[in-house]
Ligand binder design. Structure first.
Ligand code: IMP
Ligand code: MG
Length: 179
């Protein structure tokens, strides 16, 4: 285990199993359709890679980058598009793939922007959900794990751009960000 991690919340195996289940559920729900999976960078890149391979449909993928954090552990509420989608989403069945739904600020803003582009439908698939901290009326249609209010890293999730490459999800030692 990494020295900055207090404890492992989900092992590699637990993550693999749950992502497979989410993929199977999406495959069943979207039978006969071709959803467009939109990955919100950077935190969702590993989840996106595993999730898309667990979906047995003809899907397409696109990527978007937004920032709301800086180097802190609390969302600033200010969301900025750093990288926009490459293709039009008009008439498409969108699935937004997020690493974690926390205050809801990021997705609240993103949903507004994407709805205006007239997709046929939008659903949210978040690997992690921290409902205790929600300040915006946003819920995940697909949620991997519901977690308590702790700052987690690994499997794509970062603190100040670090720890994304840990193969598990762990709780970061508070001493790391309280310094
Ligand atoms: P929200 O806008 O507060 O819902 O925050 C969403 C974004 O904040 C996520 O996409 C993550 O990038 C980041 N975030 C929120 N909680 C955590 C966490 O516990 N660890 C790492 N990143 C987090
Ligand atoms: Mg992040």
């Amino acid at each position: 285990m990494h020295k900055d991690v207090e404890r492992i919340l989900y092992t590699e195996e637990e993550l693999r199993r749950r992502v497979k289940e989410l993929g199977a559920q999406i495959t069943a729900d979207y039978a006969g359709r071709n959803p467009l999976l939109v990955s919100v960078l950077r935190g969702s890149y590993i989840f996106m890679a595993d999730l898309t391979r667990a979906i047995g449909l003809d899907v397409t993928v696109d990527f978007m980058a937004v920032s709301s954090y800086g180097a802190g552990t609390v969302s600033s509420g200010q969301v900025e598009i750093k990288k926009d989608l490459s293709d039009s989403i008009e008439g498409r069945d969108l699935i937004i793939v997020e690493d974690i739904l926390d205050s809801g600020n990021t997705l609240y803003y993103l949903m507004k922007v994407l709805r205006a582009r007239k997709p046929a439908s939008i659903r949210i698939c978040a690997l992690m959900d921290k409902p205790e901290r929600r300040t915006k009326p946003i819920t995940a249609d697909y949620a991997g794990f519901t977690i308590p209010d702790a700052f987690i890293v690994g499997y794509g999730l970062d603190y100040a751009e670090r720890y994304r490459n840990l193969p598990y999800v762990g709780i970061l030692k508070p001493s790391v960000y309280e310094k």
